[in-house]
Design a protein around this ligand. Sequence first.
Ligand code: SAM
Length: 287
Amino acid sequence: MKRLSDIGTIKEILSKHGFTFSKALGQNFLINPSVCPRMAELSGAAQGVGVIEVGPGIGVLTNELCRLADKVVAIELDKRLLPVLDETLAEYDNVKIVNADVLELDLRKLIEEEFQGIEVVVCANLPYYITSPVIMKLLEDRLPISAVTVMVQKEAAQRICAKVGSRESGAVTVSVNYYAEPELLFNVSAGSFMPAPKVDSAVLRLNIRKEPPVKTDEAAFFRVIKAAFSQRRKVISNSLSAGLGLDKQTVSLMLNNAGVAANARAEQLSLEDFAAIANQLNGGESE
Ligand code: SAM
């Protein structure tokens, strides 16, 4: 078979199947031949490892994953791509396509049924309209996976991989860091896709933590993060008071007990600070 990453081959396949891109489904397909092998390699796909891919498109990355891993399960929402994938993945017997919305799917059940007894990683060029929901679903569901390697918009990647406590950090930085250690791997230019999006992309890997880095009540912890960053320019006492619906005096006392300065900003706080505030909110002891 001809190389799938070759733009001529891709155009030929798409035109043969009468395929037209759906903007609503975030369909920007990779046409840069060097990206998929690199991404697949860095995802941890290997003998003895199973891979879940989200949104295989016409199967460019899927091909590379099938070459390296024991088994690949690729979840694709667009029915029109199923006959295309049948053709482009015909040479592999270690791949299964699931026609579903990744956000609706019971991934725990899928892992139990498809990957018994082997390590599982996720590798995907994510549709940008659902980047955060997909990442948070993979993390919050506490799935038995060891790493998530995804291509996202460059700005989103920089935000997720920012250092907690730095100016570039946001609610997503702190939330993701609770579950995983993020690592920015490499940038991918907009010209590497067809059609070319307006912005550049980047590949990042989330190395899933075995244990959370701080002890906290999770519901309270995530409520505090949401409230703190909902008005990120304000000092923490004001944003928490507004976001949690608490009077200023109560918030001052909580911050004092948690050892956090009332005039700090959300972006300056550490995971330990957020956990200490959450423990106060919960009426518990600060760590
Ligand atoms: N992996 C291919 C590549 O790199 O060329 C395609 C990536 S494209 C950015 C995103 C893919 O996700 C598309 O194939 C799109 O149809 C699919 N998709 C969009 N929304 C989805 C959803 N909710 N669940 C599963 N797949 C989805």
